[in-house]
Design a protein around this ligand. Structure first.
Ligand code: KIV
Length: 265
């Protein structure tokens, strides 16, 4: 039985923190489930970490469906959210409802995530009415990287903070079951979480949110680029993996792998 929205809401109400991590394949989905993590996000960050792109903009609904299908073959407990990629809902709410339904129907994900505040309110209502649970995403919204002039902390001045605060209230009123809040000052995140009854999942938003999310490869220290301040590496796997691969390479090249014991007789 997978974790439900009611379970997540109860955690928020009882002060039990919610853990979330991005995952893109079945192998890691199994490991994430074994670790007891509550929620998985098939983030459009797969454009960066899986496809090697410089942004999330080229990711398609088909890409998200493919990776979500892989993830859902590897786990059954976490609540799984599929990202609505750039271009799948900005053109019209009809397009957004169609994309949201496809994501649930074809991947088996339990909910979708949309980036944006006021402009997404009607879409969120329509998705929820259609039976598609929606997570909002405010603050740094990577699909708007160019309008934001890069990946930078959002909500710093009082006007910018008010906009994000009001957007959060509007998304909750529209029926969002949770909101990701990315790269905003700690006090703004705390104010938003205090005002909302739904769980806020922070990333670069400080410790006062109901839960936290990280990109898996950042969390495990598998990235090559310099990580932002909010990333904590819970392991440093990149050198471990490279060392293992170097040992394999040497063993193949010096003839010690495979040995006779590793051969069939
Ligand atoms: O795409 C993604 O991985 C995300 C998280 C960083 C929240 O949106």
């Amino acid at each position: 039985m997978s974790i439900t929205i009611a379970d997540l809401q109860k955690k928020k109400e009882t002060g039990v923190k919610i853990s979330m991590i991005t995952t893109y394949d079945a192998t890691f989905a199994r490991l994430v489930e074994a670790a007891g993590i509550d929620m998985i996000l098939i983030g459009d960050s797969l454009g960066n970490v899986m496809q090697g792109r410089g942004s999330t903009l080229a990711v398609t609904v088909d890409d998200i469906i493919y990776h979500a299908q892989c993830v859902l073959r590897g786990c059954s407990t976490p609540f799984v959210v599929a990202d609505m990629p750039f271009g799948s809902y900005q053109t019209s709410d009809d397009d957004g409802v169609r994309a949201g339904i496809r994501l649930l129907k074809e991947s088996g994900a339990h909910g979708v995530k949309v980036e944006g505040g006021a402009r997404c309110v009607n879409l969120v209502k329509r998705l929820v009415d259609a039976g598609v649970p929606v997570m909002g995403h405010l603050g740094l919204t990577p699909q708007s990287v160019h309008t934001m002039s890069g990946y930078r902390v959002q909500g710093k001045g009082s006007e910018a903070a008010e906009t994000i605060y009001n957007d959060a209230l509007a998304l909750e009123a529209a029926g969002a079951f949770s909101i990701v809040l990315e790269c905003v000052p700690r006090d703004l995140a705390a104010r938003i979480q205090n005002a909302l009854s739904i769980p806020v999942i922070g990333i670069g938003a400080g410790p006062d949110c109901a839960g936290q999310v990280l990109v898996l490869q950042d969390c495990l220290g598998m990235g090559t680029a310099k990580a932002p301040k909010f990333v904590r590496k819970f392991a440093d796997l990149a050198p471990v993996i490279v060392d293992a691969l170097k040992s394999y390479d040497s063993a193949v090249k010096d003839g010690s792998f495979p040995s006779d014991a590793e051969a069939y007789h």
